[in-house]
Design a protein around this ligand. Structure first.
Ligand code: BTN
Length: 276
């Protein structure tokens, strides 16, 4: 992204960056100036209109994060996008899909020149301990093994108003953006090209996931897993459990060694790394 102002999101430029073969795999492509949430937008559509439908917005007025959090979505520098997918042959349950989405986003960022990033279970993309991108996967069952998944990605490319301390009101944990992470090496950051990379990787991952399931991604997960071997705390409501992270099981649950026999599996919870 060169200069002060980001180039507007533009379906034509995304198409150019993707190439027509990749572009042709999307059934619909929507670019909006503003919406409440790109995930909500897709979820409001009838089932058939969601499939392979990519949507991007310059700004979200009600961006949503995991665990009922909001996602700060100002206009002018970041990426907010969602991809809808009607899973006919996805492995059931879909609990590994959020991890697969995290791997796809990490791959796209590597292709964009980023190094040293990884995934904090289940799918926060972190670099140097700070959150760079968040992913919200929402699924709706459509009966008998069918489900619609909406995969939403918020990527901090160049956060507007970075000097403004009031940002702390909106983002309550350590975060970063691509522009400051890549420094002068990020001179060529271009949101349309980044969007093309992200959507290409997400679609390829979904297609592969439908056929091969999570086992096809488990080596990638191991390479990107930032928690593995670390002392962590899992918070669930009022209680917390401390232990050492030992990867994930076949359902994508976080495995924790706590001192009790065997490993304890967690399907949800807020994870933090314990120091000292
Ligand atoms: C998180 O880390 O809590 C997940 C954040 C997901 C944000 C993205 S932005 C595009 C899509 N639309 C939303 O409302 N949320 C996701």
């Amino acid at each position: 992204m060169s200069g002060e102002h980001a180039e507007p999101l533009d379906a034509g430029l995304i198409r150019q960056a993707m190439g027509s073969a990749t572009w042709g795999r999307f059934a619909q492509f929507t670019v909006l100036q503003e919406t409440d949430s790109t995930n909500s937008y897709l979820l409001r559509l009838p089932g058939k209109a969601r499939h392979a439908h990519a949507i991007l917005a310059e700004q979200q007025t009600g961006g949503r994060g995991r665990r009922q959090r909001s996602w700060h979505s100002p206009p002018g520098g970041n990426l907010y996008l969602s991809l809808g997918w009607n899973c006919s042959g996805c492995p059931w349950p879909l609990s590994t899909l959020p991890l697969v989405a995290g791997i796809a986003v990490s791959d796209a960022l590597s292709r964009a020149g980023l190094q040293g990033h990884g995934i904090k279970w289940p799918n926060d993309i972190l670099v140097r301990g700070k959150k760079l991108a968040g992913i919200l996967v929402e699924t709706e069952s459509a009966g008998a093994g069918f489900a619609t998944a909406v995969i939403g990605v918020g990527l901090n490319v160049k956060m507007p108003g970075t000097e403004d301390e009031s940002l702390e009101k909106f983002i309550d944990r350590p975060w970063t953006d691509l522009a400051s992470t890549l420094g002068s090496g990020g001179g060529d950051l271009n949101r349309n090209k980044l969007a093309a990379l992200l959507l290409d990787k997400l679609m390829s991952a979904l297609e592969r996931f439908e056929v091969e399931g999570f086992p096809a991604f488990s080596k990638n997960w191991q390479d990107l897993d930032l928690l593995h071997g670390n002392g962590i705390r899992v918070e669930q409501g009022q209680k917390h459990i401390d232990g050492t992270a030992r990867g994930v099981d076949a359902d994508g649950a976080l495995l924790l060694e706590t001192g009790a026999p065997g490993l304890q599996a967690f399907y949800s919870g807020e994870v933090s790394v314990r120091y000292g």
